[in-house]
Design a protein. Sequence first.
Length: 453
Amino acid sequence: MKTSRSLFAQAFLVLLLSQVILVAGLSGVFVFAVQRSVESWNIDRGQQLQNLLIPEISRVYRTHGRLPEAALHPALDPFITGTVTTYITNAAGQPVYLNVAGQQYSVHDTEVLHEQLRQLPEIMRSPAVILEGGRVVGYLYTDTRRFREDLTNRRLLQSLFTVALGGSMAALIGAFLVAILFSRLLARRAGELARGITELAGGSRAVLFPTGGPEELQQIARSAAILQTQLSLEEDLRRRWTEDIAHDLRTPVTALKTQLEGMTEGYIAVTPQRTELLFQEVLRIERLVTDLRELSTVESPEASLTIAPVDPVAFTTELRSGYRASSREQGVEFVVDAGGGPFPADEHLLRRAVGNVLDNAFRHASGPAPRVVLRTRRDRSGFWIEVANTGEIDEAELPRVFDRFYRGQNATGTQGSGLGLSIARAIVMLHRGSIGMTCGDGVTTVRVRLPPG
């Protein structure tokens, strides 16, 4: 069966592998550097030897006009040691001098000469040219003891590699410990986050998600906290919806049930007037359900807007046409003052919101000359829609006028579900705007502010 590794195991393996690769790379660089240093030492040592021997060989040539073996031996003997191999030929390539590790061989003994030449190291295949007066008089082949052939040097290299190996092992152990600590820390943060999400999925809404750790885990924790808040709000909204519906439907349903039971049992007479009252109660329930559905739609987290430029003149003209009959029937003067220029909004939803505010204004307009004013304007803070009506409400009621199902003292005996202003506020909030009500000097005003486009 295929199993997946835990986050701890994966992080540990990745960290440890990266540290091993790093240590191996550094070790390889160290070995390469030592090797190049040794090679450079061998080349420099050979070059130094050539620089010592060539002046002496040139001096012999100037003295004798050629390179006799008998003259070369005493001239070069002070520079030849048991660690040096020297081979000299004349310009024609004929051997004139051979000394191997301090042992001089006669160039006239052909058999011995050829045997020794076959054993010469590779470095002696590239001779140094001996010049005198601008012309070639001979060739010098030299070699010194290799760096590793010296006991002291071998011990130095052994010490270097021992220290390097010890350092590599220490680095690997350190990397192992760091990988364990970091992986456990990462796994603990991830485990806390996973447990929190599991609790959230199980119904808990008081989960404290971890705030530390890597940025990616912090982002997941913040997203989970936001999700928890949204779930809490949705559940609270659903609970309040249930309470509100049960509260507001109970009265008309109970009235209908009582009336219908009385008619069925015969102690309440069935008359056209009573039937009309029952029908009005049904209409009230229908309006309530419709308003509840609309409020649920605009308050839903999935609610969206179709934003487009709205012409305030056309917008207010359409509203004025829609309320012309209500204005005439109720004897309420309706004044419209459109200004501010086009503004971005969802025209359909905004018309519903302003319509609800106008319904409330016409319903409560009072005084000897009842009047409703619809005005639009623009300033630096945004676009404003104001609805004012004559008449005032108690200032104590102002904080609650936008609550669901709230009906003030002046609403007694008037139609309405108590959801109109709640729907208006939800639509305005969906536009990321604000809405408020004020009263004074015999006038009640509702102001809607939409953010600037």
